[in-house]
Write a protein that binds this ligand. Structure first.
Ligand code: SF4
Length: 329
C-alpha cells in the first residue's frame, strides 16, 4: 500500500462543497491506501482568525470527518498541532528551501495582497506543507488544481534535502489527481465557501436544505418553464452527480434539455436524494457531538499513531543533518 497524506483546515463542520470536492474521496482512499488525514490548525493560523473559536472549529471538523465515514481503524485522523514534529521538520526544511520559490507561489501573492502586514508564516506555508507530507514519507497527495504549485515546491524541497543529506531518503510526493468535482456555491458565482455564505452544511436539517436549494441559481437560459437548458453548465446538475443515482443523473440531463422538468422539479429530486444520502451522516454527527470526550480520545489515539511514525523520521533526519543527539540516547 502506498502512503497518502492530506490535510484540511479546521473550518468547522463540512459543507457539501468540501465533502464532494475532497473528503468523499478520502473515505474511498482509506480502504485502498495507507492514509493519514490531518486537521491542519497550524496552517489556519497563518490567516487572520479568532483564537477563541479555533479549538471548537477543530473539534467540529473532527466530528465531520468521523461522521462522513473516516474510520480510525482504517486510517489515521489527527490534529496537526498535536504532533509537534511537524513544526520541527518545518524548521529543518526551511534551511534548504529557496526564498525565491516561496515568493513566486501564486497563493502567497494572492493572500499577501489582501493583508496589510504580511506574516512570515504566510510565506513559509508551503514549507510546513512539505513537512506535513515528508514527515510520513507519504508518496501520494490528493490535491486540487490550486495546490499543484505547492506540490511542485514540496518535491523541490525533498530533492534539495536529499541532495544535501541523503539521496533517496524522502520520496518525491506525487499528486493524486482524482475526478473530484469543483462545486460552485448556491449563487453559482464562486467556489462554495463558508466565508461567501453560499454553502449547504453537511448536517443541515432536511427543511433547511430545501430552503437553500429552492432559490439556488440554475442555467440562466431557462427563463421560463418551457425554455430548454444545458445541464452541464448548471450547478444543480453537478450536485445531482454527487448525490443522485446514475439513472437519475441521466434523466435530469434529458428532462433539462427537453424542458420536461422545471428547475423546481429538478431541485426537489435533488433535495430528496441529498437528504437521504446525508441522513446517516447527520445522525452520526449528532451522536458524536453528544460525546465530545470520545472524539477527543479518537484524536488523541490518532495523534499517537502519527507521532510514532513522525518520531522515527525526525530521529533519522536529525542524524543525517549532523545534530548532536541529546545525552542518554
Ligand atoms: S432543469 Fe435542473 S439541471 Fe436544468 S437548469 Fe434547471 S436545475 Fe439546472
Amino acid at each position: 500500500m502506498t502512503r497518502v497524506f492530506s490535510g484540511i483546515q479546521p473550518s468547522g463542520e463540512l459543507h457539501i462543497g468540501n465533502y464532494l470536492g475532497a473528503v468523499q474521496n478520502w473515505v474511498r482512499l482509506q480502504h485502498q491506501q495507507d492514509c493519514l488525514f490531518s486537521i491542519v490548525d497550524l496552517h489556519a493560523i497563518t490567516q487572520p482568525y479568532e483564537p477563541g473559536d479555533l479549538a471548537q472549529l477543530t473539534l467540529d471538523m473532527a466530528v465531520s470527518l468521523y461522521a462522513v465515514g473516516l474510520d480510525p481503524e482504517k486510517c489515521i485522523v489527527f490534529v496537526q498541532s498535536h504532533v509537534v514534529e511537524h513544526t520541527e521538520l518545518n524548521w529543518l526544511l526551511t534551511t534548504v528551501t529557496p526564498l525565491g520559490e516561496l515568493e513566486r507561489q501564486t497563493q502567497f501573492k494572492d493572500k499577501a495582497q489582501r493583508q496589510e502586514s504580511v506574516p512570515a508564516g504566510l510565506l513559509a506555508y508551503p514549507i510546513l506543507q512539505a513537512a506535513d507530507v515528508l514527515l510520513y514519507k507519504a508518496s501520494l497527495v490528493p490535491v486540487g488544481e490550486d495546490q499543484v504549485q505547492h506540490l511542485e515546491l514540496m518535491r523541490e524541497i525533498a530533492r534539495r534535502w536529499n541532495a544535501r543529506y541523503g539521496q533517496g531518503y524522502f520520496p518525491e510526493p506525487q499528486p493524486l489527481l482524482t475526478k473530484t468535482k469543483r462545486v460552485l456555491g448556491l449563487d453559482s458565482k464562486a467556489k462554495m465557501s463558508k466565508s461567501l455564505g453560499n454553502t449547504i452544511g453537511l448536517f443541515e436539517a432536511p427543511e433547511a436544505i430545501w430552503e437553500k436549494l429552492r432559490p439556488a441559481a440554475t442555467d440562466p437560459a431557462r427563463k421560463t418553464r418551457k425554455d430548454p437548458g444545458t445541464p452541464e453548465i448548471c450547478n444543480i446538475y453537478t450536485l445531482h452527480q454527487g448525490f443522485s443515482p446514475p439513472a437519475t443523473v441521466d434523466e435530469v440531463a434529458q428532462q433539462c434539455r427537453t424542458a420536461g422538468w422545471g428547475c423546481l422539479d429538478c431541485k426537489r429530486v435533488l433535495a430528496d436524494n441529498m437528504i437521504a444520502n446525508l441522513k446517516p451522516m447527520r445522525e452520526r454527527a449528532a451522536q458524536l457531538k453528544r460525546e465530545p470526550a470520545g472524539v477527543l480520545e479518537r484524536l488523541r489515539k490518532g495523534a499517537g499513531r502519527a507521532q510514532a511514525l513522525a518520531r522515527r523520521t525526525i530521529a533519522e533526519v536529525r542524524d543525517r543533518m549532523g545534530l548532536l543527539k541529546p545525552g542518554g540516547d
